[in-house]
Design a protein around this ligand. Structure first.
Ligand SMILES: [Fe+2]
Length: 189
């Protein structure tokens, strides 16, 4: 599974690694966990490939953001958040522009919607429930989990137990209940 993730878009992996090593490593872990969740719900091989690529590239749009936002230590203000939130549509556009990536329309669509919330409060389109693409819901759970458990210079990673209780609190709010339940059973056991 791992090798083909890297063989499809090695130039994008290198670009992300060079620009922002933390985001690259985060995307790498999210891809592995998204595939595990996909396997747990018996996704077919094509969808596993699409979810792996979408997860691997989900934050690629961040490489376009200014250093002052991408590398800011501490909380972003409202104006900075508004710019940060453009990373999902920037990523969509970036992937659509890569003519050598197979299934790029499907992958770009999953990237576009990886910050939608089950209750409709996410971005960029405020999609709700099953209107959010299934593979985006999978990336979202794995993304949230990894973001909470990984350490940054300005905050330590949470324990798996702490991350788990936050994910449970977000069940049906941020996350698809079925995807979250399967994820917790499959990954944080
Ligand atoms: Fe993101």
């Amino acid at each position: 599974m791992d090798s083909w993730i890297y063989s499809i878009a090695p130039h994008l992996d290198r670009a992300m690694q060079a620009r922002d090593g933390h985001t690259s490593q985060h995307c790498d872990r999210v891809a592995r966990m998204a595939v595990r969740l996909g396997e747990a719900i018996n996704l077919e091989q094509h969808d596993l490939l699409v979810v792996a690529m979408a997860a691997r590239l989900h934050d690629i749009g961040k490489i376009d953001l200014p250093d002052s936002i991408l590398f800011k230590r501490g909380a972003l203000n409202d104006a900075e958040w508004a710019i940060m939130r453009t990373h999902s549509t920037r990523g969509e556009r970036f992937i659509l522009d890569q003519r050598d990536i197979p299934f790029r329309e499907e992958i770009a669509r999953i990237v576009r919607h990886h910050h939608e919330h089950w209750d409709g409060t996410g971005y960029p389109d405020g999609l709700q429930g099953e209107a959010i693409p299934l593979l985006s819901r999978i990336v979202s759970v794995a993304d949230s989990h990894d973001a909470m458990t990984s350490s940054r210079p300005y905050h330590p990673g949470r324990t798996h137990a702490a991350a788990r209780s936050i994910l449970v609190a977000e069940r049906g709010v941020k996350h698809d209940p079925a995807m979250l339940d399967t994820y917790l059973a499959a990954i944080t056991r």
